[in-house]
Design a protein around this ligand. Structure first.
Ligand code: ADP
Length: 392
């Protein structure tokens, strides 16, 4: 019976999961899947559909929440992958706080500690914690490991983390943390294989997915990043507004009488690509639309991304390579082109044909800056950490 690690990435409306062999090999997933629409209409899907007949997907009841879905998922694994035994679980956790520089074994004390960070990541942290609790309740002795999206950015210098607010607020933890660290960690680990000696140079990684951010790396460590105190800052995202004049929030409170909850919903769920287009939060849908508002949303996304990329290059005093990753970064030739065209003055020059094909290297031979497309694998980072921290 192969031992397996269950990887869980629990969000507000979806639970992504994967199973990996718990051995010493390169992490290759046995299975990856997702339960989307939690709380409304849960839909269960596995990525490699050819391996598993459709009728094996359980029909989900509308009312099921995470607390029901995790035991159901584990039962499903036991029923349909009978030769696999889950021997450890690894979790993606959005916030690890100021000092946590690496993954940690899940204990009651750790969960209590992570609970105190819920106000810093209200859309993600409670769900990450719930997943740990439900696994602990369902599989009592299963070792669990938490991997933090903030950890990768702990190498940043003090200035990169500081807001221009009164010092007392910074001292109590109101500072830039940065997120998507598991993705950046994975990309950093692959850079030598793609860039050789230049892997330790000045590189901006653009993680462009439903959530989107960029990270400036030097020596494969985080120097600066676009997300800040929360995962709301920086780039335009599927539903999030990204960087916003704080005066807009004051106006919404003072002049429009909006409550904190209403503003939170507006900024986290109704803005970004969805808010600007009025059509969808999904880049592929917007690209297929001929509505001018869809095009404007794409243009704004790319305008802000190019501006952020140039700012991050300034943080490093130069730029040797750009890496595109995540759903949009890996798949949208249009977005990559619209961003790179805006950066021509930095010596960024795309090979149009390679970009359309989505090959690994998409910069022209004349480009002063290398441009790469590298698929990310946050789960692989979680598996490595879980193996390392659960071995006796
Ligand atoms: P998350 O993991 O945060 O859910 P992903 O990294 O899967 O997000 O990215 C989802 C985004 O990627 C969506 O906006 C989706 O439209 C976009 N995307 C995926 N494939 C394509 C494509 N072929 N063209 C354009 N956008 C795409």
């Amino acid at each position: 019976m192969p031992d397996a690690i269950l990887v869980l990435n629990a969000g507000s409306s979806s639970l992504k999961f994967a199973l990996f062999p718990n051995d010493d090999g390169q992490p290759t997933a046995i299975l990856r899947g997702k339960i989307a629409g939690i709380g409304t209409n849960p839909i269960f899907s596995v990525k490699d559909r050819t391996a598993l007949p459709k009728e094996r997907f359980p029909v989900m009841a509308r009312t099921l929440g995470l607390e029901d879905l995790i035991p159901l998922l584990i039962n499903w694994v036991n029923a349909h992958l009978g030769d696999v035994t889950i021997t450890a679980a690894g979790h993606r956790v959005v916030h690890g706080g100021e000092y946590r520089v690496g993954p940690a074994r899940v204990t009651q004390a750790l969960m209590r500690d992570l609970e105190t960070l819920v106000p810093l990541a209200p859309m993600h942290q409670p769900h990450n914690l719930s997943a740990m609790r439900y696994v602990a309740a369902t599989l009592r002795d299963l070792p669990q490991v938490a991997c933090f999206d903030t950890s990768f950015h702990r190498t940043q210098n003090h200035l990169s983390k500081l807001f221009a607010l009164p010092r007392a607020l910074s001292d109590e933890g109101i500072q830039r943390y940065g997120f998507h660290g598991l993705s950046y960690n994975y990309i950093a680990s692959t850079l030598p294989q793609h860039l050789g000696d230049k892997a330790d140079g000045r590189i901006v990684v653009a993680h462009l997915g439903s959530g989107a951010s960029m990270c400036a790396m030097k020596g494969r460590q985080s120097v600066a990043t676009s997300m800040g105190f929360t995962a709301l800052d920086g780039l335009v995202m599927g539903r999030r507004c990204g960087t916003l004049d704080a005066g807009v929030v004051l106006y919404l409170i003072q002049e429009k009488g909006m409550t904190a909850e209403q503003i939170s919903t507006l900024l986290y769920r109704k803005s970004g690509l969805l808010g600007v287009s009025g059509i969808s939060n999904d880049m592929a849908v917007l690209e297929a639309s001929d509505d001018p508002h869809a095009r404007e949303a794409i243009e704004l996304f790319c305008h802000r991304a190019a501006r952020q990329l140039a700012a991050l290059a300034t943080d490093m005093g130069g730029l040797e390579a750009i890496v595109f990753t995540a759903g949009i970064g890996e798949n949208s030739a249009l977005v990559r082109r619209l961003i790179c065209e805006r950066l021509a003055w930095l010596g960024v020059d795309l090979d149009g044909a390679a970009n359309l094909q989505g090959t690994r290297k998409i910069s022209s031979p004349d480009s002063k800056v290398g441009i790469l497309v590298i698929p990310t694998d946050e789960e692989a980072v979680i598996v490595h950490a879980t193996r390392a921290l659960t071995r006796d």
